[in-house]
Ligand binder design. Structure first.
Ligand code: GLY
Length: 560
């Protein structure tokens, strides 16, 4: 159903809410255990935890460790992530983002002439931030876990030790990665560890199995202290990396207040800084609503819709570049950036048929891309949206010798030099400059939506800066354009991030007429696919879960 009048009220703003024509439609069916996962191993293992009476957080912990084995492109123990939680009557947000090592400094990726050295923040030991995943899962278990830690880590240990059958898509990703890094002359031990992972064969990871056993037996200390820590630090010293024992022991996962806002009679519960994603999604859906106050709501994926959403994206990314960083180091004006009046003003000059001049879009007040996401709902209606990353596909490309896991290249998410784009084409400034123990700005946006205090949507995606578009559009598809979970994740998406100028990144699947109309308006079309949305939708009719068909995901809903 297309709404005649929509408007956003951000929870922390004082602007008035307006008419919501489905506000009384608060009933949803009983909750059902449901998982939407990036691969079959994580889906089956997480569902088994739910069937044994574990809650959504228990299942998330199991999924995170399984993905470290079966989805090495992005699943990890050598990276970090964010977890958005609705548990009973409360909401919560776990920040287990990597931190810059103590000896990191703002100019560490610049040459003597002050230019950014290509690849240093992307490949090799110096590209890694201090990993946060194990500390994050340990913190989640301490606060919300009900099943034994040892039980939750066990499926990952088994899959690493006894092996899993390699999916064709994983085998292709590995082969492509090896040939590309060899072509570029990038030094890496990746092929020593992964070249035997051929489609349809059983692949074992004995070193990783030992690391996971240490974590299983000793918890967080099994990673940040002892033998695994020594493997990490020795590897850093031998390969020019910065992470020390002190750094590993200094790492802390942080519980933060999620960003919450009301929209259309729903409550969004999403990622606060150091993610830019929650603020960006709030701005994106808010500016669409502000546009709709003076124009008819454009049909989903029409030329006008893609253009208007692209104009909004320009404004969103101008703000992101200027204001967003680690809230423990810089003051991020979240309240001002999500204020309804500010959002209305930002949208006021959007024209339905003409492209704005890119250099005129300034910050308004006076960040192959991987990462992976999963969504879980348990029988009690608790829910977890979890996005986790080692940044690019296979992270830094380096496996810690003796410990068997890939390290992140998350340092590239900092702004190496103001105005110089990172891998994702995102520019940044002072707020996201490198500092010791600072967390790099992220776009990860694990998001929950509630209505009448019941979770009705769980969504998220990988994809660097495109995460924000995938989350905003999956949410709009499911709730504003009332699509089923399958339709919401598989409907083609698009992304615009201010720069490169007037360029829209688009999935295949849009009509030729729409693409031609956008080109006639002056847009350049970039056809590289992005994202892998895993979404759960709960309605009166029950619970639906869907994983985007282009990936190797699996979704399961346990019948009543
Ligand atoms: N490394 C991608 C992100 O955190 O946005």
């Amino acid at each position: 159903m297309i709404l005649a009048v929509i408007s956003v009220m951000v929870a922390c703003s004082n602007a008035p809410s307006t008419i919501i024509d489905n506000a009384n439609n608060t009933d949803v069916g009983l909750s059902q255990p449901a998982v939407a996962m990036p691969d079959s191993y994580s889906a089956d293992a997480a569902m088994q935890v739910l069937k044994e009476g574990g809650n959504a957080i228990d299942a998330a912990i199991t999924a995170q460790f399984v993905l470290a084995v079966t989805l090495p492109e992005a699943g990890n123990v050598g990276g970090g992530g964010f977890m958005t939680i609705k548990f009973e009557d409360s909401t919560d947000f776990l920040d287990y983002r990597e931190m810059a090592p103590k000896s990191a400094h703002r100019d560490m990726y610049l040459d003597q002439a002050g230019n950014v050295k290509p690849y240093e923040s992307l490949f090799g030991a110096k590209a890694s931030g201090i990993p946060g995943t194990v500390a994050g899962m340990w913190a989640a278990h301490k606060k919300y876990g009900t099943l034994d830690w040892e039980r939750l880590v066990a499926p990952a240990v088994d899959l690493a030790e006894n092996g899993f059958v390699v999916h064709e898509k994983l085998a292709n990703n590995i082969a492509r990665y090896i040939s590309r890094t060899q072509e570029k002359g990038i030094k890496s031990n990746f092929s020593d560890y992964f070249s035997e992972a051929k489609a349809g064969t059983t692949f074992k990871q004995p070193e990783l199995a030992e690391t996971l056993k240490a974590i299983q037996q000793q918890g967080k200390d099994g990673f940040y202290k002892g033998e695994v820590a020594t493997h990490i630090v020795d590897f850093m010293q031998q390969n020019g990396g910065l992470i020390t024992h002190d750094d590993l022991q200094a790492y802390k996962a942080v519980w933060r207040k999620p960003l919450q806002l009301t929209w259309q009679g729903y409550e969004l519960i999403t990622a606060p800084p150091p993610s830019s994603g929650g603020v960006a999604v709030a701005q994106w859906i808010g500016m669409l609503e502000a546009y709709d106050a003076t124009h008819d709501l454009p049909a989903q994926n029409s030329t006008e819709y893609i253009h208007v959403m692209s104009e909004i994206g320009k404004r969103v990314f101008a703000d992101r570049a200027e204001y967003m960083g680690d809230p423990d180091f810089v003051s991020v004006p979240v309240k001002a950036l999500t204020d309804a009046n500010y959002i209305n003003e930002r949208a006021a000059d959007i024209q339905p048929a003409s492209i704005s001049d890119t250099p005129s879009i300034k910050p308004g007040l006076k960040e192959s891309e991987d990462t992976t996401h999963f969504s879980i709902m348990d029988r009690w209606g608790n829910a977890v949206a979890n996005t986790t990353t080692i940044n690019l596909t296979f992270g830094s490309g380096l496996v810690v010798t003796g410990a068997g896991f890939l390290l992140n290249d998350e340092m590239d998410d900092f702004s190496a030099k103001p105005g110089v784009p990172n891998f994702f084409g995102a520019v940044g400034g002072e707020a996201n400059a490198i500092e010791p123990y600072k967390r790099m700005l992220s776009s990860m946006t694990p998001t929950l939506v509630t209505k009448g205090d019941q979770v009705v949507l769980v969504t998220g995606s990988p994809g660097g800066t495109t995460i924000i578009s995938s989350v905003a559009q999956s949410l709009l598809n499911a709730l504003l354009y009332d699509m089923s979970a399958e339709e919401a994740v598989n409907s083609p998406r698009f992304h615009h991030q201010l720069l490169p100028k007037d360029t829209i990144r688009m999935h295949n699947g849009f009509t030729e007429a729409t693409v031609n109309e956008l080109k006639a308006m002056g847009y350049t079309i970039d056809n590289r696919r992005f994202g892998d949305v895993h979404l759960i939708k709960r309605t009166k009719e029950g619970v639906e879960a869907a994983s985007e068909k282009s990936g190797r995901g699996k979704s399961i809903v346990q019948p009543y």
